[in-house]
Design a protein around this ligand. Structure first.
Ligand code: FIX
Ligand code: ZN
Length: 413
């Protein structure tokens, strides 16, 4: 039994530092996915978060940037963000945390030496080392059946590494039906431009087949700030007639990532997406209207976070997760985690990494653990002040839930 407040806080911090992670949303892939697996220093430097920060300095136009080879792009990012200015942003600090974790000399600023280090590692060794150093047990991929590189891999029964869990991404289906229906027709599904009952049945068949083929843990979609439910049009019909019935039948959650405005500045490509505040009513309507479905929701706007946490209090079939993208910064993780701990206690998933580059697991989780650990330690200190005592085992139980157990339990419901 831990009685002292400081000892309680230290035990919480330690449990969070040592927790094994199940990372519920990433864009990472195992070796068998070939070019989809991104790793190493040049991928780290050309992460779209850093491209946006580099182009802000105006040394080069977006167009000229895209003409460069990846190595030249990485050189430019390095020079602009790390040499010409101090790399204090979260994304820049992340690169340095990665180098440090690998035991490289960050102070040397020797990009050539960093490249040599990564070049010398095989994919297998690289993957093993990152998972081990990051304390990550497994990550959930983003598996897009409409992606021309990924689709044939699945059709050819791609070999799965058990550390990489599948999740079926359905953005193309829900957000671009105008073009997707003809693609699906080419693949042998009898769908029309308009989602009539025959098309809906064919889309259900498509989803069922892909869930079985991939063993997806959940289906996921990203949605714009003006997402409404119910809504007229193909997306609303596809959700109610296809996504929800199939998700219910398969017993898997439907994950909604709400609030992204794609291509606000298309010249920046992936770095050109932005955000907006969404209407929480859509989440309420879904959770209330479909009590037999399980929903996982994350929202991109800071302004939506309080109401999302309140909505989770109302609906046991809603699991809120992560500090997504522009929220994955220490200041906002701290604020969001405290709001969630106060309103929901331990029944939420505080973070996912959204990594696109394998090595990012090292920094995203280290930085998040520090902030979440501190927020959690404060909660337990307040608890200790009431005279309540906790055991080490209870702290570990709680922390393990936040970093993996809550997700597994939600899947199993
Ligand atoms: O839609 C998503 O899954 C987003 O997370 C990504 O598309 C985004 O580009 C990203 O990398 C955010 O972290
Ligand atoms: Zn993502």
């Amino acid at each position: 039994m831990i009685v002292d407040t400081n000892a309680t806080q230290e035990a919480v911090r330690k449990a969070v530092r040592e927790a094994r992670i199940l990372d519920i949303h990433t864009h990472l892939y195992s070796k068998s996915f070939g070019s989809l697996l991104l790793r190493g220093i040049d991928e780290l430097l050309t992460y779209h978060y850093l491209i946006a920060e580099t182009l802000r300095w105006g040394a080069i136009s977006a167009d000229a940037y895209w003409q460069l080879s990846q190595r030249e792009q990485a050189d430019l990012v390095w020079k602009t963000l790390f040499i010409d200015h101090s790399p204090i942003s979260e994304s820049c600090r992340g690169v340095l945390t990665v180098l440090e974790r690998f035991g490289l000399d960050v102070a040397s600023r020797d990009l050539a030496a960093y490249r040599a280090f990564f070049d010398a590692m095989s994919v297998e060794e690289h993957t093993d080392r990152v998972f081990e150093l990051a304390g990550v047990d497994s990550v959930v991929m983003t598996n897009d059946p409409f992606d021309d590189i990924e689709r044939p891999l699945w059709l050819d029964a791609v070999e799965l590494d058990p550390r990489f869990k599948p999740a079926l991404r359905v953005d193309a289906l829900l957000n671009a039906w105008e073009t997707t229906h003809s693609t699906m027709r080419c693949w042998g599904y009898d769908v029309s431009d308009y989602v009539d009952s025959k098309s809906a049945s064919e889309v259900r068949r498509f989803l069922s087949e892909w869930i079985d083929r991939t063993s997806a843990l959940y289906m996921a979609v990203s949605l714009p700030p003006d997402f409404a439910y119910p809504e007229d049009g193909s997306r609303g019909t596809l959700i109610s007639e296809c996504l929800l019935p199939v998700a219910e039948e398969k017993g898997i959650p439907f994950a909604l990532m709400i609030g992204v405005t794609r291509a606000v500045n298309p010249e920046l490509k992936l770095a050109g997406d932005s955000l907006g505040r969404a209407d929480i009513k859509a989440v309420e309507q879904l959770c209330a209207g479909y009590p037999k479905n399980k929903f996982m929701v994350t929202m991109l706007s800071r302004e939506n976070q309080h109401e999302l946490a309140v909505t989770a209090r109302k609906f046991p079939n809603l699991m809120i997760f992560g500090c997504w993208w522009f929220l994955n910064n220490p200041s906002l993780i701290d604020e969001m985690t405290r709001i969630r701990l106060d309103l929901l206690g331990l029944s939420m998933i505080p973070q996912h990494s959204d990594c696109r580059v394998l090595d990012q697991l090292l920094y995203k989780w280290e930085h998040s653990r520090a902030v979440i650990g501190e927020a959690l330690a404060k909660q337990y200190a307040n608890l200790a002040a009431t005279g309540w005592t906790v055991t080490d085992e209870e702290i570990r139980r709680d922390v393990d839930g936040l970093f993996g157990g809550n997700f597994t339990a939600f899947l199993g419901r």
